[in-house]
Design a binder for this molecule. Structure first.
Ligand SMILES: [Zn+2]
Length: 389
């Protein structure tokens, strides 16, 4: 009987506690539903208006009141980083890492990855590397960590570690052959600067072994032969570039002609380069060829070449050269000289504006050629032909 009485007394108490607990939860839910979304919407609005300072202030206020919102903390960390506030991002991620709100190892690894990104952005490469090396064994974040390590090694010009990391990252979907060949070319270039031909040759061969289409490897190999006064071998090596990727020919024609000149075969060299210009009319070879023909052949053959070329390749540069040729003729009418010079300069300015090396991936434009795009960091994405386009 006593037990039944006890149950009769206790059961309503359970209901009362449940009702009370329910009320507290409901209060929290209602509070969050009312206040949290509004502040979040304010942040989103500020982001849309590019007012990232206001957005980060709003997010920081929310997080101060709701520190359990770890995903939102990660978003704020990214926002700080994008605003260049690396110190705030580092502070936030360190605090989050030591907080009571991260429960699983994977969640902590995610924060560690973000912290490594903060250090990378802050230029503290060693600290970023040390975090990432520990993440290589992470179940979920190993690939991302190694991907970031690869960026860091390239940023740091640590080509040997970059090669090892790229090889580890390689899959059947993406081989990293272009990158690994380029890293070897970087090492070959460093060796060539130190006149260590043996090492340079080793890296060049590695580059060609992993990517037989690696133009830069043959370019460097030709330069090595040229420096050794082995001009025939240099020419033979540079000629291989036509089959690898003819778009890179403008990068080697001057070196190639130098080699022919060293062998006293200037005309043979000019004929070969003229052949390239005929076969690949879109390549930017006309200016170079005209100057060399005028210098080493004769003025008439140079002008004939110019007249032939302007029909198939009507660019402002060729037009400017033609105007210049006529201005410098003895029978040119002196009264027209001023206007003709003006036209020539307008054409040259127009050409200067349009002649850029352009990245096929991100459209970055530059007057200088880069093997790796400085904007999107892609290798071999910049078109080596800077003719008007
Ligand atoms: Zn790019």
């Amino acid at each position: 009987m006593n037990i039944i009485v006890l149950w009769l007394l206790v059961t309503p108490l359970f209901f009362a506690f449940g009702w009370f607990a329910g009320r507290i939860d409901m209060k929290t839910v209602i509070k969050q539903a009312k206040s949290l979304p509004q502040r979040l919407f304010d942040s989103v609005d500020a982001l849309i208006d590019n007012k990232t300072g206001i957005a980060s202030d709003n997010l920081r206020d929310i997080i101060e009141q709701e520190p359990q919102l770890t995903e939102l903390q990660l978003s704020l960390g990214k926002l700080y980083r994008n605003r260049g506030e690396n110190d705030l991002a580092i502070k936030l991620h360190n605090k989050l890492l030591n907080s009571q709100y991260l429960f699983s190892g994977d969640e902590k690894d995610n924060v560690r990855l973000e912290l490594a990104r903060d250090f990378q952005h802050a230029g503290l490469i060693d600290r970023a590397e040390s975090i990432l090396l520990k993440l290589i064994n992470s179940e979920l974040y190993s690939h991302k960590a190694q991907d970031l390590l690869l960026d860091i090694y390239q940023q740091d010009k640590n080509w040997k570690d970059a090669i090892d990391t790229a090889k580890r990252l390689a899959t059947s979907d993406y081989s990293y052959h272009t990158e690994v060949a380029q890293f070897n070319c970087e090492l070959a270039q460093e060796a060539l600067i130190k006149s260590d031909n043996e090492q340079a040759l080793k890296f060049i061969n590695y580059a060609l072994e992993i990517n037989r289409k690696c133009v830069r490897a043959n370019l460097l190999l030709g330069e090595m032969y040229f420096a050794q006064e082995n001009y025939n071998q240099a020419i033979e090596t540079w000629q291989l570039i036509e089959k690898q990727n003819y778009l890179y020919l403008p990068m080697i024609v001057e070196k190639m002609l130098d080699a022919y000149m060293k062998l006293n075969k200037t005309k043979e060299g000019l004929t070969l380069i003229k052949g390239y210009a005929t076969l690949y009319p879109k390549l930017n070879l006309c200016d170079f060829l005209y100057q060399k023909l005028a210098l080493y052949d004769n003025a008439d053959s140079a002008l004939d070449y110019l007249k032939e070329t302007i029909r198939v390749q009507p660019t402002s540069k060729i037009a400017a050269i033609m105007v210049d040729v006529y201005i410098n003729r003895e029978n040119f009418i002196p009264e027209l000289r001023h206007e003709a010079e003006m036209v020539k300069n307008i054409l040259l300015k127009y050409n200067e504006k349009l002649s850029n090396f352009r990245c096929g991936r991100c459209n970055f434009k530059s007057k200088t050629f880069f093997w790796q795009c400085p904007a999107c960091y892609e290798w071999e994405s910049i078109n080596p032909n800077n003719s008007e386009n």
